[in-house]
Each structure stands twice: as C-alpha cells, then as structure tokens.
Ligand binder design. Structure first.
Ligand SMILES: [Zn+2]
Length: 289
C-alpha cells in the first residue's frame, strides 16, 4: 500500500498531465492501460472563482494542490480559487485500483481594481488593549463557526443575490497607501440607499454564526455554511431573524441590512469562502440584474 502511494505521488510531481499505474507497471501493463476516465469540470476558473465537477466511478481520492477534496456520495465535488491563487492548479485523482492522474488547471488572473493613495498608511487610532482582547474573542467565534463541516447541499445551487441594489464595493479591490498595500476588499458591498432592507439566503445552508450583539468590525454578523467547505458571511446587519443551527433555504428572509460595525453607510457586505480561499460573490450569481 505504501509503495502504491509513493509511486502515485511521484507521478503527480513528475508530470504536467500523467496517467500512471499505481503499481510498478511493466511496459505491457502500461500499454494495456486505456487511461483513467476523465472527470468533468465546469465553472469560473479564475481568481476568486470556483468549479464543480463529477469524479469518475471508482475514485478513491481527489486533491487540489496537495490538499484533499471532499467528494459527495454521488461523485460531485466543488473546488475554488483564492483571490490570489496562482495561475496553475493541480487537480490530482487516485482510483481505487491505484491508478492516478493529475490534471493541471489554468486559473485565469484577474485585473483587480487598485487605488493609489499618495498618503499613508491609513490614518486611524492605534488599537488599544481592550480592543485587542475583544477582537480575539470575535475571531475565535468566527474560526470556531467555520471549523465544523455540515452536510448541506447549497454548494450545488446557482446562487441568487441576497438583495438587489447598487454594487458600492467590489470584491478584490485594494488601496495602496503611499506604496503600502492595504488589505483588499474581501466581499461584495450592496447598497439599497437605506437601512432595514430585508436580505435573503443566496443558497441553502445552516446558520453557523448569528452575532446579535455587534462585532467591532463586522457589526451584526451572520454566517451560513452551504456545505463542502463553502460558506457565506453577511456583515453590518441591522437585524438578524435566524439563529445558530437554523437550516435556511435559498431565498429565505434571514435579516435586514444596516451599518453596524465599521461601515460608513448602510449596506450589505457579502463574502464567500471555500476553506481558506476568499471568493468573488459575483462569480456565483452573475451580474446584478
Ligand atoms: Zn464591504
């Protein structure tokens, strides 16, 4: 078994695209090999994007850049690409019979909106100790919420907009203060011009965090796990109408937009993550109608 794994791993590293026997194959065995049935894959293969696929029958394991990818009982799976993902990703497949293959994926780079601010760094009060303590508690809650995988099926759906409005901040945009990059915008800002507009779940899922008492930066924060490591976060809400553990359906009313936390006006900040990868909500919904 150990030998099989070692050979499989070697073939992953050595070849851009390879089909190999997991056993030490003689030339005749290699010739007899008809190849591994390819997996199907489609989606938005670009930075901040995603792809859904179906693994061929008999797949034992799938990995993206060396990290295991979960496969649903029906063979469907999801992968996604961080805002700063490199232009090539390796999707590796191993079958129950030990054969393996690697499929290199081209991840299209994006031209992120960069704003150069000739002063900097960004002015603001230095964080004090009380803030630091409070913040670490909030981050612990967010991390704990994300740490648990739930068997939800929302990841299979075409996402809908949680609310219609003006896109007042794009995912991935970044300010450069006097040559020093600030952190990029991690979500999509949607403004309706007012506080209190209801917003809905973009896809099925389970509520994993509902901060009724506002967090310092996120304000009233709602997080939904869509399954397979994919989750949504909604920031700055004026009101949340669901609680942790609630299963929500696509289109279900879940809260009202506001400007709690760090916000200069009422808007919904919607961010999506797959594991550690930050994703562009626009690539899940298509353009705002
Ligand atoms: Zn935002």
């Amino acid at each position: 078994m150990r030998r099989t794994l070692l050979i499989a791993v070697t073939s992953f590293i050595a070849c851009g695209f390879s089909i190999s026997s997991g056993l030490a194959a003689s030339a005749s065995e290699a010739l007899g090999l008809s190849g591994i049935p390819d997996l199907s894959l489609s989606g938005e293969m670009t930075q901040g994007g995603w792809a859904r696929g179906v693994a061929p029958r008999g797949t034992a394991a799938l990995s993206l850049n060396g990290k295991a990818v979960q496969i649903a009982p029906d063979g469907n799976f999801l992968i996604a690409f961080d805002r700063d993902a490199s232009s090539v990703a390796q999707l590796a497949l191993r079958l129950n019979d030990g054969r393996s293959s690697v499929r290199p994926l081209t991840v299209k780079p994006r031209a992120w909106k960069l704003e150069y601010i000739p002063i900097g760094p960004r002015p603001g009060a230095a964080p004090n100790e009380a803030f630091a303590i409070r913040r670490s508690g909030e981050l612990a809650q967010i991390n704990a919420a994300r740490a648990v995988d739930h068997d939800m099926q929302g990841w299979r759906q075409k996402f809908i907009w949680p609310v219609y409005g003006r896109l007042s901040g794009r995912f991935g945009s970044q300010r450069i203060y006097n040559g020093t990059p600030g952190s990029y915008h991690s979500g999509m800002d949607i403004a309706t011009g007012a506080s209190g507009t209801p917003f809905v779940a973009p896809a099925d899922g389970v509520v994993i965090l509902a901060a009724d008492s506002p967090f310092t930066l996120e304000g009233r924060l709602l997080m939904i796990d869509h399954g397979m490591g994919l989750n949504s976060a909604f920031l700055h809400a004026s009101r949340l109408v669901v609680k942790v553990g609630d299963v929500v359906r696509q289109g279900q009313y879940i809260g009202n937009i506001g400007m709690t936390g760090r916000a200069t006006g009422p808007h919904l900040h919607w961010s999506i993550k797959w594991r550690d990868a930050r994703l562009d909500p626009l690539l899940f919904t298509g353009p705002m109608p």
